[in-house]
Design a protein around this ligand. Structure first.
Ligand SMILES: [Ca+2]
Length: 232
């Protein structure tokens, strides 16, 4: 292989790595798929409270809060490297979800969260003003229609924003403190609150590329430039 061809091949492979590693989805749930087949672990006492559904034309996985003592959440593990990258460079926790109408309180029966060791980010639906939201957003109560929620972290500011269908609804959000290394969704209440019913069409966690991939892109461009010079 001539030197020029070698440089070109190196440049192409470097750029290919950047594309492959670009802002990427760490894990996701979609449609009627059982989350336990998508890399999530089912946690809680009531695995039967999750089920696939065609919800008026939208494929989803439902999680009902069940009765007293029942709880079911799905957690997708995050590695130490993924957490470090997310905290340093940015992340988005995204979900297309609806919450069914109900008669009583939601408490924590429908939650969406991410935990990075001591940083706890959570959206929970509630309609009881006597309950304080743990740290982020009590979005809305009963009959929440399908909406695209995006909790997006700005590493420079150290805060997050909540977008609903592309509109910035909440700003300057800060995390709470709890343990765990995962993102997940489901029913977070094992008490007597039976009403929560989430229809999860999409749940995913996206992180921003490592600075190293930008360095790789730069290296790739340099090699391309060198190859061009050699080619003259
Ligand atoms: Ca429950």
């Amino acid at each position: 292989m001539k030197l020029r061809q070698l440089f070109s091949a190196m440049a192409v492979s470097a750029i290919a790595v950047v594309v492959a590693q670009g802002s990427f989805i760490v894990g996701s749930h979609s449609g009627q798929n059982d989350p336990t087949t998508e890399g999530f672990a089912a946690v809680g006492t009531a695995p039967g409270n999750g089920a696939p559904v065609n919800d008026g034309g939208t494929d989803a996985w439902t999680v009902t809060s069940g009765t007293t003592g029942e709880e079911l959440a799905y957690r997708h593990p995050l590695s130490a490297g993924q957490i470090a990258s997310a905290q340093a460079n940015g992340w988005t926790l995204r979900s297309n979800v609806r919450v069914g109408a109900h008669a009583g309180g939601l408490n924590s029966t429908v939650i969406l969260e991410a935990r990075f060791a001591n940083e706890w980010w959570m959206i929970r639906w509630q309609d009881r003003p006597d309950l304080t939201v743990f740290n982020n957003a009590g979005v809305v109560g009963a009959g929440f229609p399908y909406a695209l929620l995006e909790l997006t972290y700005d590493p420079g500011a150290g805060t997050a924003k909540l977008f609903v269908n592309g509109n910035e609804e909440l700003s300057n959000l800060v995390p709470g403190n709890n343990s765990g290394e995962y993102f997940g969704f489901g029913d977070g209440d094992s008490g007597a609150t039976p009403e929560g019913l989430g229809y999860w069409n999409l749940v995913e966690f996206e992180i921003v590329p490592e600075p190293g991939t930008l360095a790789m892109l730069f290296a790739g461009l340099c090699v391309l430039s060198s190859a061009r010079r050699f080619g003259r």
